[in-house]
Design a protein around this ligand. Structure first.
Ligand code: SF4
Length: 343
């Protein structure tokens, strides 16, 4: 019999499993605390559990603990990039960033990605599989252990499209915000999507409190479909409608990601089109990102970042340029995993 993934179980599920083993229900609460508060890596660490129970846990369950295959730490600002390897040999990237308001962690939600955005290294090697809730949690717990820092906010913006792994992501968020676990408020979590419209609407109805971050990168269907295939399925009008719905249901301002690519989407006409598109969903925020140069593509960083930002702000659209962290360990999202595969 395969061992069960205990870190992916909610407290009620764990209670049902533990009582089925003939143990008292309160033991499940103790165990959940060990797993999610103390973040143990082996059952032997549960000092208040009976020895026979620990042996049974060892026989029937496993704790997801990925190996750290690479760890790069910036000497400039302390940003840390981790490359984790799961028991089946698949790998995911995680980045810990330190800001004035605390430490933020960017996690992956899939191994590879199906979405095919043309500027993104994560999608180049294709899609392999979804990450389990435990594999997302293990990135949080592992990064806290490895860095000695507490994760205060979280972004689901690493490799993968979170809304394409919806069930596992929802379960992960449930575990992350559990009062008896890490107890992180979902108001400190941002979920980034390339625009899977039906899922955005579902998420809006759930009123989880999380911030929705939409990878936009182009303001018209023609330009967006050329760099983001998802736009052929859900066009910009449908996407903006879903964003308006998210704001109306949750009161949470939408954040739009816009990677500025030299000669592709950094001109004054594009800025005007962007203003026109976003006016109906204001107040919103535009995060301008000088595009990561990846070796498989010709894309170059824009030299018009300042002018583009000014055009948006002068038209009443709140826009800021994302600060580059970890410049000395810089690797585009997905590049660390790709390089490790090639090596
Ligand atoms: S930008 Fe996001 S959705 Fe698009 S290919 Fe990369 S990981 Fe996937």
């Amino acid at each position: 019999m395969d061992k069960k993934d205990i870190l992916s179980l909610t407290l009620p599920e764990l209670e049902a499993e533990i009582t089925a083993l003939g143990e008292k229900k309160f033991r499940a609460g103790q165990l959940f605390g060990w797993l999610h508060e103390k973040k143990i890596t082996s059952f032997a660490e549960c000092t208040n559990l009976p020895k026979a129970f620990i042996e049974q846990l060892d026989a029937d369950y496993f704790i997801m603990v990925p190996a750290v295959k690479r760890k790069l730490e910036s000497k400039i600002d302390g940003t840390v990039k981790f490359l984790y390897e799961f028991p089946d040999g698949e790998r995911a990237e995680t980045v810990m960033m330190s800001y004035k308001h605390g430490n933020s962690l960017c996690i992956s939600t899939q191994v590879g990605c199906k979405m095919g955005c043309s500027f993104c290294a994560s999608t180049k090697a294709g899609f392999v599989r979804d990450l389990a809730p435990s594999e997302m949690l293990a990135q949080v717990y592992g990064s806290e252990r490895e860095s000695g820092r507490k994760v205060e906010s979280l972004v689901l913006m690493g490799i993968g499209e979170p809304l394409d792994n919806f069930g596992n992501v929802l379960r992960f968020l449930q575990l992350l915000s559990s009062e008896k676990g890490k107890n992180m408020s979902l108001r400190h979590v941002s979920l980034s999507t390339c625009g899977i419209v039906p899922r955005i609407r579902e998420l809006a109805d759930m009123k989880t409190g999380l911030t929705l971050s939409v990878s936009l990168h182009a303001p018209t269907d023609e330009k967006r479909s050329a760099i983001m295939p998802i736009n052929k399925r859900y066009d910009t009008a449908e996407l903006i409608d879903a964003c308006k719905y998210y704001f109306s249901q949750t009161g949470r301002r939408i954040s739009f990601e816009f990677a500025l690519i030299d000669g592709v989407n950094d001109d004054a006409v594009t800025a005007k089109e962007l203003v026109k598109l976003l006016k109906p969903v204001s107040p919103c925020h535009v995060n301008l990102i000088p595009v990561n140069e990846i070796k498989e593509r010709e894309y170059r960083k824009s030299s018009r970042v300042k002018e583009f930002t000014k055009l948006l702000c002068d038209s009443g659209i709140n826009a800021t340029v994302r600060r580059t962290l970890g410049a000395d360990i810089n690797a585009a999202c997905g590049q660390l995993r790709r390089d490790s595969m090639e090596n």
